[in-house]
Design a protein around this ligand. Sequence first.
Ligand SMILES: Cc1cc2nc3c(=O)[nH]c(=O)nc-3n(C[C@H](O)[C@H](O)[C@H](O)COP(=O)(O)OP(=O)(O)OC[C@H]3O[C@@H](n4cnc5c(N)ncnc54)[C@H](O)[C@@H]3O)c2cc1C
Length: 224
Amino acid sequence: MKEECPVIGIKQYQNTFVITTTEGTFVSEKLVILPGPYIDSIINQLNFTIKATYWNMTSAYFKKLDPKIQYPTWFVFQNAVGSNGNQFYGFPSVDWNHPEYIRVAPDFVIQPLTNPNQRTLVPNPQELAYTAQWVKDHMTGLDPTPHFTSTCLIALSDISTKELIIDFAPNYVPNHENIVLYATGWAAKFVPFLGKILTDLALDGKTPYDIKHFQLGHKYFKSL
Ligand SMILES: Cc1cc2nc3c(=O)[nH]c(=O)nc-3n(C[C@H](O)[C@H](O)[C@H](O)COP(=O)(O)OP(=O)(O)OC[C@H]3O[C@@H](n4cnc5c(N)ncnc54)[C@H](O)[C@@H]3O)c2cc1C
């Protein structure tokens, strides 16, 4: 495991991949590719791309007016109203991160991105305003002024349920049966399980788990 170590080149020599990084060169017979929203930065080097949409998601903290106020982890599902996606979520106050504040965030974006390079660290002001309004209307004991705002990038497919994509590289990529990918979707909760499935696929070429509804490379991977 190496931090701050981007893969900047992948070459194939017969059944071997030679991976160039800023920290040196690595040789392997198998590739497991899961660079999150930056998936194209890797798979473009293998001459294919992914059809994905990118959400630069807003988050903020709101100051407790009453130091004793506490909330659970929560999520609210509501129908969208105009540009307000109207789904919000939040976390309890924690003593290790802005303990005087409570984190609340919108679970939608007004304008998805077409490329992760369009990402900025500046939250969308209208998304922040909708979130502040939610806090004002529904969260007793909080000042509805957003603080410590941030953004977080995720890649999603255009499948309505925004499923994960777990698959081998497409068959026009040489040695595709030795290249395993996970891309798009809400995966944090499943990461250990995904690790198991990806390991099965890389080492055995198959997994006992039923992943056919995630094997969507034929639809979402495109040749460059
Ligand atoms: C605001 C927000 C809320 C979310 N909430 C939830 C939730 O409630 N539930 C849920 O299940 N999921 C949630 N997610 C999604 C979840 O965070 C991701 O699905 C999950 O982190 C994916 O894990 P990963 O390991 O595949 O990718 P990542 O965690 O993105 O890790 C990818 C790694 O690859 C590295 N990398 C990228 N490019 C290269 C390169 N060229 N060379 C080398 N390394 C590279 C990156 O630096 C990074 O370390 C949320 C995401 C966001 C943004």
